[in-house]
Design a protein around this ligand. Structure first.
Ligand SMILES: [Fe+2]
Length: 178
């Protein structure tokens, strides 16, 4: 499948949202491929590339004007919304990557305690591809310079805002992949 074609169904080339999504996703895809190769993780490269390119596709449905997105949903829902959209596109595996990439993954406890507008189900990454893409994503932000890779320390600082448990998960990934 051609991820840019799928993106093109929902994002108009030349818009801010299209530009940010594509440049961010390309960086995440490169990092995910490098990470998987470095870790000797036997992940199918084609799937890893496609899923990394599509992981944020739900963002246009959210209210994130800074990213050129003018939807009605809160930004935290972009992973779940991406899942729904990719399932409709007939891409259930890619859909799970999208749902499970937010932060270091959202647990049922996170969703309940923070009253997140999401179905109460486990949204943490499980497969190697899901984990590697979630990990790679933490090194790039769409605000600021989407092309600049954060240092591990900068990525850790962003995760630390969500609590010790989240940072612990990211630190385990750093040991595995860093
Ligand atoms: Fe992302």
């Amino acid at each position: 499948m051609a991820p840019l074609e799928t993106i093109g169904k929902f994002y108009k080339p030349g818009t801010l949202a299209h530009r940010l999504l594509v440049s961010h996703s390309e960086k995440v895809a490169e990092k995910a491929l490098r990470t998987a190769a470095g870790a000797g993780a036997g992940v199918e490269e084609e799937f890893l590339y496609e899923a990394a390119m599509l992981h944020d596709i739900g963002m246009f449905l959210t209210d994130a004007p800074g990213l050129g997105c003018f939807g009605s949903q809160p930004y935290i829902s972009h992973g779940f919304l991406g899942r729904q959209l990719l399932e409709k596109e007939g891409l259930p595996g890619h859909a799970l990557v999208a749902e499970r990439h937010v932060g270091v993954g959202l647990t049922v406890k996170d969703i309940k305690e923070q009253k997140l507008p999401l179905p109460e189900r486990d949204m943490t990454p499980r497969s190697i591809a899901e984990i590697v893409i979630c990990y790679a994503d933490k090194f790039y932000s769409k605000g600021g310079d989407p092309l600049r890779e954060k240092t591990a320390e900068e990525a850790r600082r962003s995760i630390a805002r969500y609590g010790r448990e989240k940072l612990k998960i990211f630190d385990e990934w750093l040991l595995l992949f860093g």
